[in-house]
Design a protein around this ligand. Sequence first.
Ligand code: IPM
Ligand code: SF4
Length: 463
Amino acid sequence: MSRTLYDKLVDAHKVCDLPDGDMLIYVDFHIMNEYTSPQAFSGLDQKGLNVWRPEAHLAVIDHVNATRQRDPHDDASKLLIENLEANCSKHGIAFYGLGDQRQGIEHVVVPEQGLVVPGMLIACGDSHTTTYGAYGALGFGIGTSEVEHVLATQTLRYKRLKTMQVVVDGDLGPGVTAKDIIMKVVQVVGAGGANGYAVEFAGSAIKTQGMAGRMTICNMAVELGARAALMDADDAAYRMAAGRAHSDLLHFDTEEWSADPGAKYDKVFHIDAAQIAPLISWGTSPDQSVPIDGTVPVVTRDMTPKARAALDRALTYMGLVAGQSVQDIPIDSAFIGSCTNSRIEDLRAAASVLKGRKVAEGVNAIVVPGSTFTRMQAEAEGLDQVFREAGFDWRPESGCSMCLAMNDDIAMDGERLASSTNRNFEGRQGRGARTHLMSPAMVAAAAISGHLADVRTFRTEEG
Ligand SMILES: CC(C)[C@H](C(=O)O)[C@@H](O)C(=O)O
Ligand code: SF4
């Protein structure tokens, strides 16, 4: 029988069925950060347990560290960082700490260091672990008690998800990126539309994306509510994986990790790539987005009272007026970073818009490369100069930073940001902060303009 890629990956990792209908699955690789791991290690200690396969784990500092300088900005973050390092050295687990060239945001670091190849199952105490689906690997986020379980046993209790296929076919228009594809998917399927599903992406517009674009899409599929996101592993995925693969992973077979033709999904969505415009989010949920040449939505007759209330609340929080043109929205800050959009390809895309231009007066513009390695690569290409000359603050350290404001990069009450990140919930980038999600090139366009702006007009001026 034809199988989905998701089912193939789950079947390949199943250890056994459990009496209650769940199963036990084997975890090939487990990643930890300083924020979601401490209780797991305390749990092991209390039970007197050891880590069963230390070599199958990696710990990275990314969530709370400062990016203006290497030293922790406060005692609480210092403690979290030191704790993880101590736990790793005690249990013999690889640790990419501050100052290590391999350090950075976990989901940027893992592919960069060649730690993912098609067919793997990867777990991490972080929802954006779906990123590895770009390689045909099953990645998903786990909770703290599960982190403890996987440290002790290398397995997890698992319930099979339903499957959804999202097919994006056709050619993308100018200025339309992987970020716009996934923002469109979130808009069509809805922010909770994939709750309980594993999503498989297919179609020509997905296949023509490079690995960075594919990671952006799988990464942000979490905002659909998806617990897993996958793409068939094609030549590009195998080439990238093989070119970088860590020596420990070279034994992984190159079996075909793709969905069988005719595989059946519980739900299917079709999206025409030609209909996707560069998008910006206007509201407080990632599915509240409109094309950059559009307007902020207005109440319509067919809206339920609940939908009206949600619209009103989002407009009030965001300080916007229904029907206003989105390009008239002025910004205070621009942020390029996060596991969705801080890879070298993202930095190049933003730099190509910034080259020879200046950030508008009064706009605070920050760029945090996704990893130390990425930063060094960008500096070798001279991208840091482009950002600096434009007036961006080029951060010397890597981490999540202003994606979720757990370090000292906290937006102020009412501050409006053009952001290459993935979440725009109330308070996400600081209490009262107003986030507009978009692609890195669009953040650059907004930074230069001082208001949300259409990246396509910059391309025309350039060309
Ligand atoms: C802190 C962590 C648990 C969280 C996640 O799981 O996604 C964070 O990375 C985020 O993006 O909100
Ligand atoms: S960059 Fe943002 S989304 Fe990604 S792991 Fe860090 S906080 Fe979460």
